[in-house]
Design a binder for this molecule. Structure first.
Ligand SMILES: Cc1cc2nc3c(=O)[nH]c(=O)nc-3n(C[C@H](O)[C@H](O)[C@H](O)COP(=O)(O)OP(=O)(O)OC[C@H]3O[C@@H](n4cnc5c(N)ncnc54)[C@H](O)[C@@H]3O)c2cc1C
Length: 299
């Protein structure tokens, strides 16, 4: 099943993003989250692609296991970091062999310093549009790409950032998922700019539930998304009270999601950090959870 099919129904949907677990405890957390989310019928479940060899193997294994052991539609991320084209071909082949037909093709960041100078592998690729082309050439994949409501940190301006996003879609991407953001306007403006350029590829908002002071500080730091002063004012009074902060942060996130749904987004993509509680709470509040019987975890 392709992501584009899953997000093209009459009702808005939700999807979730995981990262490959580092150890057994992390693996247990991840699978608990998967099993709690499964009955709510997320449109798809994505697994990020790390910087090093072992984490990359874990992405392939985790995504493959989602394909075989659950009823969920998996999407594997792939980056061009430190890979020759021939290695990229092998990973794409491994995804296909595992029955994965959705790939999020992102360039990746320079290892060690996400904001550092990008240096391509000597036999590799330089930008994500080339990765989209490669994935498309190698199989019948549904391909997603990254989008940045406030521009990629290294883009000189929003105009050129839009040009790069359009290039990825022209290269064959079927949809885009946005970097996290803390107020809906930036995302909606990007959607308008895409539509204004004649592009009708779906753009899904990436949502980070504001459950802790850390999510409020680290999210914008990593993404470059501005923190609206009204949001700071609303939440900072709870910075010494984790339970009150979580309650207020979940209200803020839920209000933003409701606004995006009112504006007609086809789905909300949740950055789960391999936990399910906040996502489950939000999709229930927003009426996005399907009622399906729980699936028993394999032994
Ligand atoms: C939804 C989402 C999921 C992600 N998943 C992962 C993941 O799993 N693993 C991971 O490591 N990272 C992930 N990232 C982070 C991503 O890899 C970084 O943000 C990366 O810096 C940019 O990736 P991109 O695909 O947008 O790159 P690109 O589209 O290649 O853009 C990178 C920069 O190059 C510029 N550019 C593009 N094409 C050209 C050109 N032809 N000439 C000049 N400049 C150009 C762009 O404007 C931009 O500044 C994800 C990001 C998002 C939003």
């Amino acid at each position: 099943m392709k992501v584009t099919q899953r997000i093209s129904g009459d009702r808005p949907v939700f999807s979730v993003e995981f990262f490959p677990p580092k150890d057994e405890a992390g693996e247990a957390d991840l699978w608990r989250a998967v099993r709690r989310l499964e009955p709510l019928d997320p449109a798809f479940v994505s697994v990020t692609y790390g910087a090093g060899g072992s984490s990359r193997d874990r992405t392939i294994r985790t995504t493959a296991r989602i394909a075989t052991d659950t009823t969920l539609v998996p999407m594997a991320h792939l980056t061009a970091v430190s890979h020759s084209v021939s290695e990229l071909r092998q990973v794409i082949g491994a995804y296909a062999a595992a029955g994965i037909s959705n790939i999020l093709a992102v360039r990746g960041d320079p290892p060690g310093d996400p904001l550092g100078e990008w240096v391509a592998h000597p036999e590799g690729l330089t930008y994500a549009d080339e990765l989209v082309t490669l994935v498309r050439r190698l199989g019948d994949f549904c391909v997603g790409v990254a989008a940045f409501p406030y521009g990629h940190p290294r883009s000189p301006d929003l105009e050129s950032d839009l040009t790069r996003l359009l290039a990825k879609i022209r290269a064959g991407a079927d949809f885009a998922i946005s970097q996290l953001f803390l107020e809906p306007e930036g995302f909606l403006r990007l959607r308008d700019r895409l539509a204004g350029a004649g592009c009708d590829a779906p753009l899904l908002p990436g949502i980070m539930p504001l459950t802790t002071v850390r999510t409020l500080r680290r999210g914008p730091e990593l993404s470059g998304a501005p923190v609206p002063p009204a949001l700071t004012k609303r939440l900072e009074r709870y910075s010494d009270d984790p339970a009150a902060f979580r309650a207020a942060g979940m209200d803020v996130t839920s209000e933003m999601c409701a606004r995006l749904l009112d504006e007609g987004v086809r789905g909300l993509h949740f950055y789960t950090l391999n936990r399910s509680t906040a996502t489950v709470e939000l999709v229930r509040r927003l009426g996005l959870a399907a009622q399906r019987p729980a699936v028993t975890a394999p032994g």
